[in-house]
Design a binder for this molecule. Structure first.
Ligand code: FE2
Length: 307
């Protein structure tokens, strides 16, 4: 097992040699190297992004890994699910194969929900030789780097997330452009789940207590209570600080890479692959455990051997 820091600011850690228990005809066995769930979680909360190399290609192992961090969320829309795996989203730049060309802006996954997705697990099945990277920006370092008066000001403000309105526009546009296959029933059901809301622009991490900004270039539209020009100016300063090159890790994908990230500590953004090159990934997002009563969650067989 080898651990390598990916930046000089405590953002990102590569973990070589992590593997869950293999499946055998006799049932799940203990991992060759014992890693507790608490250890991996503590590393993720600390570093914001973990890059696991050599992870098994077993789809069930990926889902069980996601389960270490919360309850895997069901993929919407259904047409983007890996067949037979409702929690796994297929993503590609191949038209008609899963979700196409998403996430090319700074965002945290699940920001349209007031409780947000906690952790994202992503693995790469086809990697382009040129382009296709994922960028990660540290929301904690960005907040700490703000001038003290700005930190104080921002900590007292909320961000406006008119997510129901935005989702309605997005779905109408996607349906018109045929980039998403969506039935009327699916669209209505999803909109019924969404709401427009505000949330604080700074939150303390549930495990480390570190303060982090709460940003999203798509779902966060303004700062309620500020004149529009002031709101735009302050948000621009926040994005500029968080996404400064010294706050960003750039991940070049190799087939089989597994990345985990903490959506409360980092933003991410996809870079398009060079023209003509394919990129295919599979993604699982896990909701914070508070959304689901613990009694209803059971550990899966692949990773159940360790606490
Ligand atoms: Fe994303």
């Amino acid at each position: 097992m080898r651990l390598t820091e990916l930046t000089g600011i405590g953002l990102g850690l590569r973990v070589d040699g992590f593997a869950p228990a293999p499946h055998t005809p006799h049932g799940p066995h203990r991992p060759a190297r014992t890693w507790s769930r608490q250890t991996l979680r503590a590393l993720l909360w600390e570093y914001g992004v973990l890059h696991l190399t050599g992870f098994p290609r077993d789809p069930q192992a990926l889902t069980e890994l996601a389960r270490w961090f919360g309850e895997p969320e069901t993929v919407f829309p259904a047409g983007h699910r890996v067949p037979g795996q409702p929690h796994v989203r297929l993503q590609s730049n191949v038209r008609g194969l899963g979700a196409n060309a998403g996430g090319q802006y700074w965002h945290a996954d699940g920001s349209f929900d007031p409780s947000r997705s906690l952790v994202t697990v992503l693995t790469c099945d086809e990697a382009p030789d040129d382009g296709g990277e994922t960028l990660f920006a540290d929301l904690r370092a960005g907040y700490a780097a703000l001038p003290a008066p700005v930190r104080t000001r921002v900590a007292a403000l909320d961000g406006g997330f008119p997510c129901r309105q935005i989702a309605e526009q997005d779905m109408r546009r996607a349906t018109a452009m045929r980039t998403v296959e969506l039935s009327d029933a699916e669209r209505r059901r999803k909109l019924a789940e969404l709401t427009d809301f505000v949330r604080p622009l700074v939150t303390a991490h549930h495990a480390t207590g570190r303060d982090a900004l709460v940003l999203n270039e798509h779902w966060l539209r303004d700062i309620p209570g500020l004149p529009p020009a002031d709101s735009r100016q302050l948000l621009a300063l926040l994005y500029d600080t968080v996404t400064r090159p010294d706050h960003v890790y750039r991940h070049h994908w190799n087939v089989g890479d597994v990345l985990l990230w903490d959506n409360h500590s980092v933003l991410h953004k996809a870079v398009p692959a060079a023209p003509g090159l394919r990129k295919i990934t599979r993604r699982i997002t896990s909701a914070a455990p508070r959304r689901v009563p613990p009694a209803t969650r059971t550990p899966g067989p692949a990773l159940a051997a360790t606490p």
